[in-house]
Design a protein around this ligand. Structure first.
Ligand code: PLP
Length: 389
């Protein structure tokens, strides 16, 4: 039966496509013995000291709102972190907002800069929220495909070709979800030159910044002439294994921060207070635990990527995040067929690449943030599957 359009629902929401990832989770949730490589989150529990800091804040009775932009101590700590780790200076009083995850940060950043009809360039394959968030902000998402032969890196000439007089901004994500691609300094410099020439804004999603395995993460905001036109989006979900705490942050020049803060104060008031105390502890004392988690992902990355190649699924070693994005073209199946068959025949859940937009077809996304035992069992099943298909 065709879904009736409910006239109560706004056109912009009615026209949004549901996330393609959900379909596979729903299928997998009703099956027993499934190994899920589908979810995009760390398999670690948040460090105990971080959890303890939140408990302590509750014991001390810190249960009221914080400043709209977040606890000043936390903003100061974020400011030092951005300076020490990524060599870019932000004034904690007027250039940083603590948000409800990187998700809310992306939402308010887009709403603060997009006028109806403005074009925002989205580099695909991309995180599934980007296009819908641009559309909800009233913008037009212009998707640009990156190619496996370029390591899924956006080339400056590809960016140049996508720019029109209506282009307002570009959304970049490094390390990338779903490809794991890391944009190094030279890549970013080449893109930044085009951005400056066309007077664009960069929304730089750096949520995986701490999970860059082969080179130090570079924030595009740290490049010459870029801080004034960049909104950095980051948070605690991935590096610090804090997805459920819902805590992220934004760094941007004061006038843009002020605009984003207007939306934030009317729609969110502030991020959760205990979560902010937890995040403060994570930044102040959580770096050793983070490095340990990172070492563990790196170790699993080597095993998993080598094994996918052995299974006949060509996969380059991704530089960051915790995703492998192998090609499944050797099987002759589409990504959806592959993912569905693999789930039904071998009970391994992966995400078909087509849900990440252009350039994703012919690939699957597998998260290797699972235990070694689970990964080994998943590989055994994938090898059997590719052998039989
Ligand atoms: N950006 C990217 C690229 C992501 O992969 C995710 C989560 O998967 C987010 C943003 C959202 O992160 P958060 O949990 O901080 O809202």
């Amino acid at each position: 039966m065709k879904m009736q359009k409910n006239s109560f629902i706004s056109r912009s929401v009615h026209n949004l496509k549901p996330s393609g990832i959900r379909k596979f989770f729903d299928l997998a949730a009703n099956m027993e013995g499934v190994i899920s490589l589908g979810v995009g989150e760390p398999d670690f529990v948040t460090s105990w000291t971080v959890r303890e800091a939140a408990i302590l804040s509750l014991e001390q009775g810190y249960t009221s709102y914080t400043a709209n932009a977040g606890l000043i101590e936390l903003r100061e700590s974020i400011s030092s972190y951005m300076s020490n780790r990524y060599d870019v200076q932000y004034n904690p009083k007027e250039e940083i907002i603590v948000t409800v995850g990187a998700s809310q940060a992306l939402d308010i950043a887009l709403r603060a800069i997009v006028d109806p009809g403005d074009e925002v360039i989205v580099v695909e394959p991309s995180f599934v929220s980007y296009v819908p968030l641009v559309q909800l902000a009233g913008g037009v998402a212009v998707t640009v495909e990156t190619k496996p032969e370029n390591g899924f890196k956006l080339l400056p000439e590809e960016l140049e070709a996508a720019i029109t007089p209506k282009t307002k901004a570009i959304l970049l994500c490094s390390p990338n979800n779903p490809t794991g691609t890391v944009l190094g300094k030279a890549d970013l410099q080449a893109l930044a030159k085009v951005v400056r020439e066309h007077d664009l804004v960069v929304l730089s999603d750096e949520i995986y910044s701490e999970l860059s395995y082969d080179e130090q993460h570079v924030s595009i905001a740290s490049l010459e002439g870029m801080k004034e036109r960049t909104i950095v989006i980051n948070g605690f979900s991935k590096g610090f294994a804090m997805t459920g705490w819902r805590l992220g942050f934004l760094c941007a020049p004061a006038d843009i921060t002020n605009a984003m803060l207007k939306i934030h104060q009317y729609t969110m008031m502030c991020a959760s207070t205990p979560a902010q105390y937890a995040a403060l502890e994570a930044l102040e004392n959580g770096m050793d635990d983070l490095q340990e988690m990172k070492r563990s992902y790196r170790h699993r990355r080597y095993y998993f990527v080598d094994s996918l190649n052995e299974a006949g699924l060509e996969c380059k070693t991704p530089g960051g995040a915790f995703y492998a994005f192998p090609s499944i073209k050797s099987t002759g199946l589409t990504s959806e067929e592959f993912a569905e068959k693999l789930l039904l025949e071998e009970k391994v859940a992966v995400v078909p690449g087509n849900v990440f937009g252009k350039g994703g077809e012919g690939h699957i996304r597998c998260s290797y943030a699972s235990s070694m035992e689970q990964l080994q069992e998943a590989i055994k099943r994938i090898k059997r599957f590719t052998h039989n298909n």
